[in-house]
Design a protein around this ligand. Structure first.
Ligand code: FE2
Length: 269
């Protein structure tokens, strides 16, 4: 599983704060209230994962901030692609970035406690890959609803485009969104397509993150197999032609064997 260093966690956090400073007008109420919210939630937000299961996406410490930055970047590209394909962009860049920044805000938790807590059931962790589970001590709310609650708590106003984009970020993966997205009366259909842009961006970023996890897992397996192979090779070199183990006289090879063992299993000395 991916592990971010302290430096990487800090760099991602700084990038996130910079996106806010670059996007919202200096001195505006919205920017000030957002910075206050980020300051208050900082400790939990830096550490939060983006999901609870290994096979989902960015289920590691710092995964939330990393995922949000990924969605902001992908949403900008998706919006450009939409226009390049002939679509009419009737949302602002600020609405686009604001929605991407906060589509998963509810995953950070409520005012006092986190949403994702470590899974302490061994069986569920090993068999189902549940690294985290949802905290049942906080009120049960859908992630977008908690996001909108937090924003209003900190006095951050949302436009109707942003409200719908955050609410519908999961697209039709959330059945509750059918009310807005599966409409057979043109008069009731979405009046702008920012929710689609955000959903596509979130879906694409999530899919890429899954691929990254899958590749990382395979790379880790290959690396482990290669280390085991190296140990076997050194071990074979320590046998005579009949396969009888020999005390090794070559101190370089002897040390290499020890180094490989330590690298694989950790230095137990
Ligand atoms: Fe997301």
């Amino acid at each position: 599983m991916k592990q971010l260093s302290e430096t990487q966690l800090k760099e991602n956090w700084d990038k996130l704060i910079q996106v806010i400073k670059d996007t919202f007008e200096d001195g505006s109420e919205r920017r000030e209230n957002l910075l206050k919210m980020y300051h208050d939630l900082e400790d939990r937000m830096i550490m939060a994962p983006a999901s609870g299961k290994e096979e989902y996406h960015y289920c590691h410490v710092g995964g939330y901030v990393e995922h949000v930055l990924h969605v902001v970047d992908t949403a900008r590209k998706m919006s450009d692609t939409y226009e390049a394909a002939g679509g009419h962009k009737n949302w602002t860049d600020e609405e686009l970035v604001f929605s991407a920044l906060h589509h998963d805000l509810g995953k950070v938790g409520d005012l006092n406690d986190e949403y994702y807590v470590p899974q302490d059931n061994d069986w569920r962790r090993k068999t189902l890959g549940e690294v985290y589970t949802s905290n049942t001590d906080i009120p049960n709310m859908r992630v977008p609803d908690r996001a909108l609650f937090l924003l209003q708590h900190f006095g951050v106003k949302c436009s109707v485009n942003e409200t719908l984009a955050i609410k519908l970020a999961d697209g039709l993966y959330d059945e509750a969104n059918a009310y807005y997205m599966k409409v057979f009366d043109a008069k009731r259909s979405l009046k702008n397509h920012l929710p689609y842009i955000l959903h596509w961006a979130d879906h694409m970023a999530t899919t890429v993150e899954y691929d990254e996890w899958k590749r990382g897992d395979e790379d880790e397996k290959e690396e482990m197999e290669s280390k085991i192979e190296n140990i076997k090779n050194v071990t074979v070199a320590k046998q005579d032609q009949n396969g009888v183990p020999q005390e090794h006289e070559d101190p370089v090879l002897e040390n290499k064997h020890k180094d490989l063992f330590d690298e694989l299993f950790g230095d137990k000395s």
